[in-house]
Design a protein around this ligand. Structure first.
Ligand code: DWN
Length: 427
């Protein structure tokens, strides 16, 4: 039985006894947001009457390797078997993935004989961009509903978790990958050592692994506490990532900050001891620069995280006060984007249907359902102009520009948007 199955079995929650990267047993928990329902646990009306499980949600800091990580982890089976996150519904995401595939082609020199493997390939949106370039692609994703969508669209997808066992099966059947991608999935995986050994099985000396994940500095600086939830097990800095890669003889050859998802890192990784000069990859100065930046920002100090926890309390207080003040003036407020982070905000701040009348969302799977915990009804986006509420709390702030542009008619009619990141404001 591989490490994945042996770890979980029937358990739904496990306390993290030691750091996921360096095995340090002295993790310092700095924030308690839960217990809360899992943030993608949308409910049908018929399910509202039943007991809804909540799961621990607390984050800890490892002084030894710098990794910020959840102090309890919830079984992937609870979270990912039928998954509600679909990037293809956002033009921001589609254009981001097109840029990523072009970037990968440029630095890896992809041709039609090359294989690209996407870990956590979701509905195949990223692999579609690679297909346009004309390379062979293969997705791996544990969400049965999403793998089915991808396969139906001709994006070959293995419906499973990406483990060493699956990597060996892929290598035997399809050969090694020229590029492996993992966008917003590395932070979701508990056994990072199994993950990187599995990645190495598929990497040749000329291959590259490109990972994108939210950047810890952005989370701290913009108080993006609503991105701390049961799906996100790790919150990476360059410092903690380097510690992890060095344990697997992997090199971080380039890193860049991206604005996507409230601030992310794009990391280019290669197998160590590569022939010099073979790849036009930018050198490591960017890595060193970000490492220095992180030290200056206090990312190696526990106090930084305890101070962050105090800022989160302030955000909760200020947001709830604003919403209650608007309601006291009989203003109607709705939400926009039934996102995982939105469900953290509503559950942590106890913002229910008595404050937010409903939420509009573009994803058909979510429309007609209710949010986990607070049970706020979700409708199609068209309800906004039909109903014309006074205020819209954007709960998918990472797509605020796209949403405000899409709803300029609502704004022209006098509607106002409430944004929480990077600071609480009405636009
Ligand atoms: O890591 C993850 C991030 C990348 O995405 C996943 N674990 C889960 C997921 O988090 P999320 O649910 O907060 O994802 P989104 O994509 O930020 O959620 C956006 C929500 O907003 C979706 O439900 C779709 C909706 N939306 C909309 O209604 N109209 C989005 C856009 C752009 C729109 O125009």
């Amino acid at each position: 039985m591989d490490s994945f199955a042996s770890h979980w079995g029937k358990k739904e929650v496990t306390k993290v006894e030691k750091c996921r990267i360096c095995k340090n047993p002295n993790l310092e928990t700095f924030i308690h947001l839960g217990p809360l329902p899992i943030p993608n646990g949308f409910l049908k009306k018929s399910e509202l009457a039943f007991h809804e499980k909540s799961y621990p949600l607390d984050a800890a800091f490892c002084q030894k390797c710098g990794l910020v990580q959840l102090a309890h982890i919830t079984s992937p089976k609870v979270m990912f078997k039928n998954y509600a996150y679909v990037p293809s519904t956002s033009t921001t995401m589609v254009s981001h993935f097109n840029e990523l595939s072009n970037y990968a082609q440029k630095i890896a020199g992809l041709s039609s004989k090359d294989l690209v493997v996407d870990i956590g390939s979701n509905d195949g949106t990223l692999l579609k961009s690679f297909n346009k370039i004309g390379v062979k692609t293969l997705g791996v994703d544990p969400a049965t509903n999403l793998a089915r969508i991808a396969n139906r669209q001709g994006i070959k997808t293995i419906n499973n978790y990406f483990t060493q066992k699956v990597a060996r099966q892929i290598a035997a059947k399809y050969g090694l990958a020229k590029v492996i991608t993992a966008t917003n999935v590395v932070a979701h995986i508990h056994d990072l050592h199994d993950l990187f050994e599995a990645i190495k099985i598929l990497l040749s000396k000329d291959s590259i692994f490109i990972a994108e994940f939210p950047y810890l500095v952005d989370l701290l600086e913009k108080v993006e506490f609503d991105t701390i939830y049961q799906e996100h097990l790790s919150y990476f800095s360059v410092n903690s990532l380097l510690k992890l890669l060095s344990m697997h003889h992997l090199n971080l050859v380039n890193v860049q900050r991206l604005p996507i998802h409230g601030g992310s890192l794009r990391c280019v990784v290669k197998v160590k001891s590569l022939a010099k000069g073979k790849n036009p990859l930018v050198g490591r100065p960017k890595v060193e620069k970000l490492l220095d930046f992180e030290i200056k920002r206090g990312l190696l100090l526990a106090d930084t995280y305890f101070n962050f926890a105090k800022k989160v309390e302030n955000v909760r207080h200020d947001l709830v006060s604003l919403l209650l003040a608007l309601r006291s003036k009989n203003k109607r407020i709705v939400g926009y984007g039934a996102s995982a982070k939105g469900n953290i905000i509503t559950n942590y701040c106890k913002i229910g249907p008595e404050i937010i009348d409903y939420i509009v969302d573009s994803i058909p799977f979510k429309q007609g359902k209710y949010t986990p915990g607070m049970h706020i009804p979700i409708f199609k986006e068209s309800k906004l102009l039909e109903n014309k509420p006074d205020y819209v709390l954007i709960m998918a702030w990472n797509f605020a520009d796209e949403i405000i542009e899409k709803q300029k008619e609502y704004r022209r009619s006098g509607g106002k948007f409430i944004l929480t990141v990077p600071k609480l404001r009405i636009v």
